[in-house]
Design a protein around this ligand. Sequence first.
Ligand code: GTP
Ligand code: MG
Length: 278
Amino acid sequence: MKPRYSFSSRRTGHIGNMKKQRPKYPDLLVKVVNESDVLIEVLDIRFVKEMQNPDAEGWIVKQKKPLILVFNKTDLLDKKELGDKIVELESMRPFLFISTKSRRGISVLRDAIKRETLKVGKEYTRVGVIGYPNTGKSSLVNVLVGKHSAGTGAEAGFTKGIQKLKLMQGVVLLDSPGVIPPKEYSTIDQSKQSKDATYGARSYNKVKYPDDVVNDIMKNYPGVVEKHYEIKEIGDVGIILEDVGRKKGFMKKGGEVNEDMTARSILKDWQEGRIKVK
Ligand SMILES: Nc1nc2c(ncn2[C@@H]2O[C@H](COP(=O)(O)OP(=O)(O)OP(=O)(O)O)[C@@H](O)[C@H]2O)c(=O)[nH]1
Ligand SMILES: [Mg+2]
């Protein structure tokens, strides 16, 4: 078996002396914000704090553009977990809890959009939908518009350009590709990649080292992966991969477990909310 938690350069993502000037906000985000009169930021209810983009939020508020915070995928939490979230996120009010899947909160959000666009007082108002990749922005645009107009997909980075869809008379919604704050994003730094994968912003099939991501999830959310797959030994990614791989029949030719495939399937269960975050 390969050694797992070594601190080789590929794992620490050491980028040497490379000093690259990063833009403060990704171009696409700037474009959507500039083109919009009202903004909706969509966050995954499970990872609100991790997905927040305070720099961008501050910048939007500074421009005096109304920002509606919505926490999506509430269907993934039970009643008690939702109650706990309300307490935990109290300081971020006002916000709306929604689920594009169960349609929870959609009519309340529609009313909020109407209210904010009326306040803007223009004949044509543009409402930009922003947020991390894979949080459900396109799904939201679709439920609001009432038909499947914006493409959606389980893969982060599904939406490519800005799409404009008519919401109601004089109001256009701008769907946009999700963006990761530049300081969080790296194609080299393994720990940042792992973080993005943990929050669904990098898809399970696009991750370079899925076993490292599973290992990180197990460290950051102790016991949840083990509980989901009913594995007694806690905290050992090797055991998890071995057991889950055998159970699912993800084997290599020689009878060894295919760890890469197994880790990706665990990551898929995690990203799609089947493994409960505590
Ligand atoms: N459980 C659950 N899944 C959701 C919900 N909304 C969206 N999803 C799922 O989340 C995934 C991403 O949805 P999209 O609407 O494509 O997300 P996006 O934010 O537009 O993603 P990008 O375009 O990649 O930035 C899809 O698999 C959706 O089915 C929700 O309310 N509940
Ligand atoms: Mg999209």
